[in-house]
Ligand binder design. Structure first.
Ligand code: ADE
Ligand code: ZN
Length: 373
């Protein structure tokens, strides 16, 4: 069980142990790939193609270790400690690669190309301006404009409706976060729709950022906060009540806190759950310990996401396959999860309704085609 989530989720031989669900659905290899998907929680910095990293290292003369060792520095391997410290350490290496405006635009476009390949129809890509600016000390405003430009090109070229979320780390300074929030507010009309709080939840409380997030919300940015991932369930209550979070990143410790559970239900707050990431970062000890089925049973607005696809070596299709085959989530429930994601998108209400309608119709078409086989 422990190794199931390494590399494509399923260890050879495990296929036979999977429960077939809802008739013959799980016998159809491409269903999870084929269904139209909505991704609400994907970090740009965790989406860099490994081949691109190697190419950039070559072009820019970066003195990097051989391939296998480099892989270990940016991806989760089978023999690593499944801890948030190890998980977050991958981002320190990744920060070395953001060396020119062209690279930042390119990796943004490639993230959208990869989403398109995976039949993601709507993508909210979050990016961390402070991380992208680090290696060359780029001005934050320029970095944000390069991502915006890359996203516009990628959206047009690959046909994935794309919106951006500016992300700040709670283990970095409030002053930097304030600059990012201000610059994001200025760029709402250019596709930055939200502000996210990420980073080391175990050691840094969100309280420091409460006023900033309240103000950003009042200025028109949607809010999502990583909470109840590596920190206690109470953090979910705090994020909704004090940071105005409309969505929670992960939130898998919600059952630790009755006030958080009650408030999330009352407010319809969506949960951006990322199963493989949760296992690899030590937020859950095993797949069977993951609360996703219970969160669905409790009628929370659960959505399924990747978090950092290249660090985890997964696609969103892999995650849908995983929850279907290993956690007993049937295809009609998958449909509900995708529609929950569409409903929770940081779009205006008309766009939201259109997205829900379009995704629902396409899902039904794909499922009907697969059922005929
Ligand atoms: N940054 C990237 N992935 C993250 C995660 N899972 N939790 C907090 N911060 C992150
Ligand atoms: Zn995340």
């Amino acid at each position: 069980m422990e190794n199931q989530l390494i590399k494509g989720n399923v260890v050879a031989g495990d296929e036979n142990k999977m429960k077939p669900l809802e008739g013959q659905m799980s016998a159809l290899p491409d269903l999870f790939q084929a269904i139209p998907k909505v991704e609400l929680h994907r970090h740009l910095e965790g989406s860099l193609r490994f081949e691109t990293l190697r190419e950039l290292a070559r072009i820019h003369g970066l003195n990097l270790p051989p391939t296998a060792q480099l892989r270990e520095m940016v991806q989760i391997g089978p023999n690593e400690p499944m801890t948030f410290v190890n998980f977050l350490s991958k981002f320190s290496t990744l920060r070395l690669f953001y060396r020119t405006p062209e690279i930042i635009s390119r990796i943004t476009q490639e993230a959208i190309a990869d989403a398109a390949q995976d039949n993601v129809r709507y993508l909210e890509l979050r990016f961390t301006p402070v991380a992208l600016s680090k290696s060359q000390d780029f001005p934050l405003a320029e970095v944000m404009d390069w991502v915006i430009e890359g996203a516009k090109i990628g959206e047009k070229k690959y046909g994935v409706t794309t919106r951006l979320i500016a992300s700040v780390n709670r283990h970095e300074s409030l002053a930097l976060a304030a600059q990012v929030a201000y610059l994001a507010q200025e760029r709402i009309s250019q596709g930055i729709v939200g502000l996210d709080l990420a980073g080391n939840e175990a050691d840094f409380h969100a309280e420091t950022f409460a006023k900033l997030f309240q103000s950003a919300h009042e200025k028109g940015l949607h809010i999502t906060v990583h909470a109840g991932e590596w920190g206690p369930g109470d953090n979910i209550y705090h994020a909704i009540e004090h940071l105005r979070a409309e969505r929670i990143g992960h939130g898998i410790r919600v059952f630790e806190s009755q006030p958080a559970l009650d408030l999330a239900k009352r407010s319809g707050t969506a949960f951006e759950v990322c199963v493989t990431s949760n296992y690899q970062s030590g937020a859950v000890s095993s797949l069977s310990a993951h609360p996703l089925p219970k969160m669905i049973e409790e009628d929370l607005a659960v959505t399924i996401n990747t978090d950092d696809p290249s660090i985890s070596q997964i696609t969103l299709s892999d995650e849908y396959r995983l929850v279907h085959q290993q956690m007993g989530i049937g295809t009609s429930e998958l449909r509900r999860r995708i529609l929950a994601a569409a409903r929770s998108a940081f779009l205006d209400s008309t766009e939201n309704m259109q997205l829900v309608k379009r995704i629902g119709q396409e899902f039904d078409t794909v499922l009907a085609a697969h059922s005929k086989v």
